[in-house]
Design a binder for this molecule. Structure first.
Ligand code: NAI
Ligand code: DG6
Length: 524
């Protein structure tokens, strides 16, 4: 390798009059430069650069973090747990190919780096992402959660068949005492084929009582494990949509009444989420259902608790949000995207139910809309769109091994066709598990961030520090359909999403956004 770039192993410390590292907080003043644009009647655009001065302060000390997974005994839940235990205990395992060491590959916080700048010799200096700001170590996360299945985590991990047998048998002694809490269950919301699993459910079907029990579970987990902060992540089965009804789930207070009255359109996932919010715990929705009905969004804002969703973006969709951005970004007019995948895990089994498939199908289909809309040169209006086909099939023999085949056909120069065919094979849950850990780590970090802001010309001044907006769109990188605060456009392109995370981390320590200009070399 000849690039000469270096990845430093220590912590990043920024030296600048705009940045102060104190015992409790890191303070950074950050000029945010953006552009106000107006399309005029004649089609011309008036663009006006504007600047705001942000003052960030980030609490220095990561808190002792608990992660409660809803669906702890599923493929994702057990894979997350197994990986944390294997890393904590430094468990190695053999396959016929080699001996393996535990790691957190696939995680941005643990396995990616960020460019800081040039050194005196003109070499790029990188640092691990986790050394930019103090973050919780995944080995220190305390795990727990609920599942409708009462299997202990060792048995559940064996059933999931994601990890190698040698590793599973070494993990067994550490995981067989881990048993999920009883779950809030409503058979109306998941497929009938899941009902045989439902052996570990709360004894009451009254939703008000279920909510109280879930709140108690969170408080018990926090106190018995002596935790300072708990994040709750839904990695349960993908539910059907709840019907959004005026007077039922449209406002926070109507939703609370609907829960008390055990209204049939309050889903279990909404109950977990409301329990989390009322206990001041952020909630991440890893599936596509509408857990975040308007009443939940309002409640989260009222209580200032972060929410993040919807539906983990782990495999084919992630690739899609790279490839479509690349093709359209380079001026190719994609005409067809035919994307297909098959696998045989429990998640896919339950998606064979047409009603449950609906939200997942919508989630997988909508993921490139904003990228298409961003190029009105190629796509002229709503009728001019892509034939986007999404097919999934259940193939039991393959278990968690997922295969996806995608074909993209675009019109290139003078309408010459450009066809790309891709085949990926992966372990569905091994792709998703690091995202769950990253989400817990980032949510904990961003809940330690506060800001004040001033904008001279606009007369904007927010002197008192406050937390970020509760819909954590900065984590859109991890989501098929990112939840955004009111008025913020959805961004799906993976590169833009990753840049958003990196540039926010940079801003919090007073570094300018990475602009890739390298002007000091081009125009010295
Ligand atoms: P899984 O089917 O193995 O696990 C789901 C678990 O949720 C099961 O153990 C089930 O018993 C439990 N469960 C169902 N309803 C529950 C309730 N009301 N309360 C508590 N537990 C409940 O599925 P897997 O593969 O772990 O995926 C989990 C979720 O993550 C699915 O909704 C899936 O669509 C979503 N997802 C997964 C991705 C991946 O790459 N693995 C990517 C995107 C989303
Ligand atoms: C069917 O594809 C099963 C789904 O749950 C997916 O595994 C999951 O949504 C991941 O989807 P993608 O499109 O990111 O690979």
């Amino acid at each position: 390798r000849t690039s000469g770039s270096t990845t430093a192993t220590g912590l990043l410390k920024v030296v600048s009059p705009d940045v102060k590292y104190e015992a409790d907080f890191i303070y950074a003043s950050y000029p945010y430069r953006t552009v106000n644009a107006v399309v005029q009647e004649d089609g011309d655009v008036r663009a006006e650069p504007v600047e705001r001065l942000y003052h960030f302060r980030t609490a220095v000390r990561p808190r002792k973090l608990g992660l409660m997974q809803v669906g702890w005994g599923g493929n994702n839940g057990t894979t997350v747990t197994a990986a944390v235990v294997a890393n904590q205990q430094n468990i190695t395992w053999e396959t016929r190919a080699q001996q393996h060491l535990p790691n957190y590959n696939g995680s941005l916080t643990q396995a990616s780096t960020m460019r800081v700048g040039f050194d005196a010799q003109g070499r790029d200096i990188f640092v691990p992402m986790k050394s930019v700001l103090p973050m919780v170590e995944p080995n220190d996360i305390v795990l727990g959660g609920w599942d409708i299945s009462g299997c202990n985590l060792a048995d559940a991990m064996d059933k999931a068949k994601v990890l190698e047998p040698d590793l599973r048998s070494k993990l067994r002694p550490f995981m067989e005492d881990m048993v999920p809490l009883r779950a809030a269950f409503d058979q109306q919301f998941i497929a009938k084929n899941q009902q045989p699993r439902a052996t570990n459910i709360l004894s009451t079907s009254d939703k008000g009582e279920q909510l109280e029990q879930l709140r108690k579970d969170i408080r018990n987990f926090k106190s018995t494990k002596e935790l300072e902060y708990v994040v709750i992540i839904w990695t349960g089965n993908s539910e059907r949509y709840a019907t959004e009804i005026t007077g039922v789930n449209d406002t926070a207070s109507n939703l609370m009444t609907a829960i008390k009255e055990s209204h049939q359109e309050v889903s279990p996932s909404t109950l977990y989420c409301v329990a989390a919010i009322l206990e001041g715990c952020p909630y991440v929705n890893g599936s596509p259902q509408n857990t975040f009905v308007p009443g939940v969004v309002e409640l989260a804002r009222e209580r200032n608790v972060m929410i993040c969703g919807d539906d983990f973006k782990s495999g084919q969709t992630k690739m899609k949000s790279v490839l479509v951005d690349y093709l359209i970004g380079c001026g190719f007019k994609i005409k067809t995207m035919v994307t297909y995948n098959h696998l045989g895990n429990n998640d896919m089994y339950q998606l064979t139910d047409e009603v449950m498939w609906k939200p997942k199908s919508a989630s997988k289909s909508r993921v490139v809309e904003d990228i298409v809309d961003s190029n009105g040169v190629l796509y002229k209006g709503n009728e001019d769109s892509i034939d986007h086909i999404v097919v999934v099939k259940y193939v039991p023999f393959l278990g968690d091994s997922k295969r996806d085949v995608s074909e993209y056909t675009s019109e290139g120069f003078m309408d010459g066709h450009y066809t790309t065919i891709m085949h990926n094979e992966c372990l569905d849950s091994a792709l998703c598990a690091p995202l769950i850990l990253d989400l817990a780590i980032f949510v904990e970090l961003f809940s330690r961030v506060q800001y004040a802001v001033e904008e001279g010309d606009a007369g904007l001044r927010k002197d008192k520090y406050s937390g970020m907006e509760t819909a954590l769109s900065v984590l859109g990188f991890y989501m098929k359909i990112p939840r955004v605060p009111p008025g913020e456009p959805i961004v799906s392109a993976l590169g833009r999403q990753k840049a958003c995370i990196e540039n926010l981390l940079r801003a919090l320590v007073g570094l300018p956004p990475e602009n890739n200009l390298l002007l000091e070399r081009k125009c010295p």
